[in-house]
Design a protein around this ligand. Structure first.
Ligand SMILES: *[C@@H]1O[C@H](CO)[C@@H](O)[C@H](O)[C@H]1NC(C)=O
Ligand SMILES: [Zn+2]
Length: 402
């Protein structure tokens, strides 16, 4: 791999030299600027290809974001953040920018805004101080050192969930309770994620694995942590006990649905409902099922975003996998699938993820929405992004075979 690495760089270097030499030899000076910028573009593109061949060391140090470089009280940034919130329902919403403008408070800011939009504070007679305390705890309990499973991912999933709740097929049918639970589950669904996966926790005999008996270990932890914070903040303490208990249970059922190993179970049921056309959104149980599916979609919707956003999520998730792989190597454990930086490239991981997880789920969602404008947009991005990763992959393979 090391030799291949050097080889790759050599080929790249030769190609760059050829580019520069043959272009400048016969181009008039008037065209020079244009060609130069064209060449620079080509070089940039090639560098980005090469980046994905083994890539992510280059990203190391770039990916972890350090909230706090902006001042909380900077009116200009907050003004821009407020302006962004006026477009929070648009699919190309840039959550990374929003997180910077809110000084790393994207999750709290977004949730407060959406609760206001839906009038949930009034409807459930929520105490603003308790709500802030609860949301602050949730945001804090995400690990900002995780390249992927951090509070920005939670905010991103919440924003996607909001877009799905607004789907014409769904919006009219949803009760305030549905909306409340949908948003809460999205915001908290990965809370206190350790940045490693369940097999890692099992094989290192982590206490969470034995606590939850090796099944839905992370998802159970996200849910129980959320319940703990709900009770500690007293957010629901004014409600009748059976109501707050029901809310906790429903939150659990939503968060546990994000366990990817249960994807087939959900997909088969969803497909069956669509084939039989027997979904009745007047029924609370059917609405709950659709909320589970919507949350699952929101959780894996990265490849359905516009390329510039999608690409950043891809790099982040792979970086998190590679870090787990590095830990496994360091402790002489077997390296988990997708976590080997030398063997698993960003494009190949993304193509697998899209083909086996994202496409099957979104094809059914697309059907469910009959298909909505948003669904069509998402499918468009999904296909374009997949084609792009395939192109990167073939360039990597070509370089490898030369
Ligand atoms: C969980 O997995 C570990 C490692 O495979 C095993 O030793 C343990 O008995 C399992 N625990 C349960 C409750 O299945
Ligand atoms: Zn997630």
């Amino acid at each position: 791999t090391h030799m291949y690495n050097i080889y790759c760089k050599l080929i790249l270097l030769m190609w760059l030299m050829m580019c520069v030499v043959d272009k400048s030899a016969f181009v008039s000076s008037a065209q020079q600027g244009e060609v130069e910028s064209g060449t620079r573009r080509k070089i940039k593109r090639l560098l980005s290809f090469q980046r994905y061949c083994h890539a992510s060391r280059l990203l190391r140090g770039l990916v972890p974001h350090t909230p706090g470089s902006l001042h909380l009280l900077d009116d200009d940034y907050l003004g821009q953040a407020a302006h962004m919130l006026s477009k929070v329902g648009t699919w190309n919403f840039d959550i990374f920018l929003f997180d910077r403008l809110t000084n790393g408070n994207s999750l709290v800011t977004l949730m407060c805004h959406l609760f206001n939009v839906y009038g949930l504070i009034h409807h459930f007679q929520l105490d603003m101080v308790k709500l802030h305390r609860f949301l602050g705890m949730v945001q804090e309990d995400y690990h900002s050192q995780n390249p992927y499973h951090n509070a920005v991912h939670a905010a991103d999933v919440t924003q996607a969930m909001y877009c799905y709740l607004k789907e014409p097929k769904l919006a009219e049918q949803l009760s305030p309770l549905d909306v409340f639970l949908g948003l809460m589950a999205a915001a908290a669904h990965d809370v206190d994620h350790p940045g490693v996966n369940q097999p890692f926790l099992i094989k290192t005999r982590h206490h969470l694995a034995s606590l939850y008996q090796n099944t839905s270990v992370l998802e159970s932890h996200h849910w129980r942590s959320t319940v703990g914070m709900l009770r500690e903040s007293g957010l629901l303490s004014h409600l009748p006990a059976d109501m707050s208990q029901d809310m906790e249970q429903q939150l659990g059922s939503l968060i546990l649905a994000t366990d990817i190993s249960r994807q087939n179970e959900f997909l088969l049921t969803f497909r069956e409902h669509l084939d039989n056309q027997d979904l009745d959104l007047q029924l609370a149980s059917h609405r709950h099922f659709i909320l589970q599916i919507a949350l699952k979609c929101a959780d894996v919707c990265n490849p359905c975003r516009v390329w510039e956003l999608s690409r950043q999520w891809s790099e982040r998730v792979c970086e998190e996998f590679y870090r787990q792989g590095d830990l496994e190597r360091k402790f002489d454990l077997e390296i988990s699938p997708l976590c080997n930086q030398q063997a698993d490239s960003v494009p190949s991981i993304q193509i697998g993820f899209i083909s086996y997880i994202v496409e099957p789920l979104f094809e059914e969602w697309h059907r469910f929405t009959e298909p909505s404008l948003l669904s069509q947009t998402m499918m468009g991005h999904l296909h374009k992004n997949k084609a792009r990763w395939n192109k990167y992959l073939s360039v990597c393979t070509m370089l490898l075979e030369q």
